[in-house]
Design a protein around this ligand. Structure first.
Ligand SMILES: N[C@@H](CCC(=O)N[C@@H](CS)C(=O)NCC(=O)O)C(=O)O
Length: 212
């Protein structure tokens, strides 16, 4: 059986978990936190989560894991089938990951009572403004991010934007989701689904335990 290593605070972990549950794929959750321990580095080269363990080995990087799973479990499709639309969906995924989520991630400490230096805040905010412009240019919102079908990009966006938004609301009273017209409705729909509710409940419990 597939094993998903990680913890429910991680937006990356939750995106893969949501995808697996949504597709009805059997998997086991294996609790793991990021670590530089040699035994963990043997399964995750940078010591990050999530990690997908399959019979032939382990995989990291959320987009890689999702794309691999899509090949194994093509139904129902969670990527566009047209090759160009498929590539465009990956372009949008990467744009959200690198230019919205990654700068927010650098300021995540604020959710756990840690100081985020002013210079870091300003640098990351600027990067996110630019990233959001890119998302607005790429996202189709008809009604989903890549068109009329729900895709892995919507699932990734749900967890990336929700976590990033907690950070920017706290630091700047800035609602990132409102910056992309139509995004709030898609994310709310996904979060209200039975899978979205399960992932959210487990996320809240894990976050509470971590915040103490
Ligand atoms: N690019 C990675 C990012 C995963 C990631 O950053 N995970 C966080 C937890 S949310 C982590 O393991 N952080 C520990 C670290 O960066 O050392 C992916 O797509 O899966």
């Amino acid at each position: 059986m597939l094993k998903l290593h990680g913890f429910a605070v991680s937006n990356y972990y939750n995106a893969v978990k949501h995808y697996l549950l949504d597709k009805g794929i059997d998997f086991e959750e294996v609790p793991a936190v990021p670590s530089q321990d040699p035994s963990f580095l043997a399964v995750s080269p940078l010591g990050k989560v999530p990690v997908l363990e399959v019979e032939t080995g382990t995989l990291t990087e959320t987009n890689v894991i999702l794309e691999y799973l899509e090949v194994l479990y093509p139904e129902p499709p969670r990527y566009p089938t047209d090759p160009f639309d498929y590539a465009k969906s990956k372009q949008l995924f990467k744009t959200i990951e690198l230019y919205v989520e990654a700068p927010a991630h650098r300021m995540l400490g604020v959710l756990f009572g840690r100081e985020v230096p002013d210079a870091v805040q300003q640098e990351c905010k600027g990067q996110m403004e630019r990233g959001l412009e890119g998302v607005r240019r790429l996202a189709r919102m008809t009604p989903y991010l890549c068109g009329d079908q729900l895709t892995a990009v919507d699932l990734f966006a749900l967890y990336a934007f929700k976590l990033s938004n907690s950070v920017t609301r706290k630091l700047f009273s800035w609602d990132l989701i409102a910056e992309v017209p139509g995004l709030n409705a898609v994310l709310d729909e996904l979060q209200a689904s039975p899978v979205g509710q399960r992932v959210l409940t487990e996320n809240k419990a894990a976050l509470k335990a971590m915040q103490g």
